[in-house]
Design a protein around this ligand. Structure first.
Ligand SMILES: [Zn+2]
Length: 423
């Protein structure tokens, strides 16, 4: 059975094996079991998978040659004989993760459990070309590797999250509203040639959802939605414990759902989009108008001080008791909640995680989203529903981009390729 990128392996999900599965799928499944155990013997692997001892040994050999599995310690087997234990080789390499936002570029060196070893966050100008940005990310990565004493040969892959609709299989942005100069640019190919290792690119909200699934509020949750509220608005959907990308890769792009019939233009070219009315820029625009018109003295003061206003300023003003700022944030939360309620009706998740820069404006936004979600969803859909803030904060994108690489590197496709290359 050959799996394409993004496809769900039902055998992996349900932990059952059939006799007709390919060697690579078996090897990938065995690797997953070893990664989830702190030491497991070949006999245990045989019992868990139902595969013969000789098949297990053959796959373990492949995984050892790939530098992903090592023997570590012994345990008593049922016959009283000492059995050698297999462990995931955590120090078997590193990955580079890149989290690109509309205003920031974060680059990290991560271990094989997606844990950030070194992180560097810089400002980013959306006018920068893709080539310029990739070269800059590579320079930052080189600095991080040098200071951590990591060699290029230890880098197994590079992963990147970008704000916009990504065609996952080709690693390109298609019709982005923010990074307009990046349309159809082969980001994954350019990363692969610049970094000299396999490269994978996905939408920023998808990548952050992967981060939450691996190490954040979504850990162990089968069905959840991660909503990023920043300069734009987007969502990543986790269904049955796997990221769901949809037919073309843009599932969850909720920022462009129409919420209003006004003539407010969105960067995508349409009018009345959620993003145009409730994201960071819309919040700042309303606040600046209030400052100029003199309806909020606090906002007028902050604007005089900073020259312009950001969502963070409005959050601060609301915390100080400014009713105008509180109203702007509540309106934004109400609209976001309306769209999330629609997504809940379609998908019935047990958790909604709110993250992204604007979500840091304070509890008022989350409270307003919650109120709107609970008011507009069916009682059965909200009976076990939690709506909470991200627990990973700025790390969700970095960890998620590393998970993106690891999922692909440890996939049956990739293992099949390694087996084919070595035979
Ligand atoms: Zn739009």
């Amino acid at each position: 059975m050959k799996l394409s990128a993004g496809m769900t392996d039902s055998n992996q999900r349900y932990g059952k094996f059939h006799v007709d599965i390919s060697g690579a799928t078996s090897a990938a499944h065995i690797l997953k079991i070893i990664r989830n155990h702190d030491g497991v013997s070949r006999a245990e692997l045989s019992r868990i998978t139902g595969l013969s001892r000789s098949t297990i040994s053959q796959h373990v050999d492949t995984l050892q040659k790939m530098g992903l599995v090592c023997e570590s310690g012994t345990a008593k087997s049922t016959g009283g004989r000492k059995a050698r234990l297999l462990q995931f080789k955590k120090d078997g390499g590193y990955v580079i993760s890149i989290d690109l936002g509309a205003t920031s570029l974060s680059v990290a060196l991560c271990g094989l459990e997606a844990e950030p070893v070194a992180v560097d966050m810089r400002d980013f100008d959306v006018a920068a070309s893709p080539c310029e940005t990739i070269n800059r990310a590579q320079r930052i990565a080189s600095e991080l590797m040098e200071s951590a004493g990591v060699d290029q040969s230890q880098i197994r892959g590079v992963g990147m999250g970008v704000p916009g609709p990504i065609e996952f299989n080709s690693g390109t942005l298609v019709g982005p509203a923010i990074l307009r100069g990046w349309n159809r640019y082969p980001i994954a190919d350019a990363l692969q040639s610049r970094f000299g290792c396999p490269a994978y690119v996905d939408n920023d909200a998808n990548v952050m959802a992967l981060g939450e699934l691996w190490a954040g509020a979504g850990k162990g949750v089968e069905d959840f939605i991660f909503v990023k509220v920043g300069t734009g608005i987007g969502a990543g959907i986790v269904c049955g414990g796997q990221l769901y990308r949809g037919a073309d890769g843009c599932a969850g792009d909720i920022g462009h759902v129409a919420v209003d019939y006004s003539d407010v233009m969105c960067a995508c070219g349409n009018t009345g989009c959620l993003e145009a009315l409730a994201a960071g820029a819309a919040i700042a625009r309303r606040a600046e108008r209030a400052a100029v018109e003199g309806t909020s003295q606090i906002l007028a003061g902050l604007m005089k001080e900073h020259g312009q206003l950001t969502a963070k300023d409005i959050g601060l003003a609301a915390l100080k008791g400014d009713p105008v700022s509180a109203e702007i944030i509540r309106d934004s939360g109400r609209l976001i909640g309306m769209v999330i309620a629609k997504a809940i009706t379609f998908f019935n998740p047990s958790l909604v995680i709110i993250g992204g820069g604007v979500s840091k404006t304070g509890d008022l936004l989350l409270a307003s989203i919650r109120e709107s979600v609970y008011r507009r969803s069916l009682p059965l859909a909200t009976r076990n529903l939690l709506v909470q803030s991200s627990t990973l904060d700025d790390s969700a994108g970095i960890i998620g981009a590393a998970v993106l690489v690891l999922e692909e590197l440890f996939s049956p496709n990739r293992i099949a390729q390694v087996i084919a290359d070595s035979s």
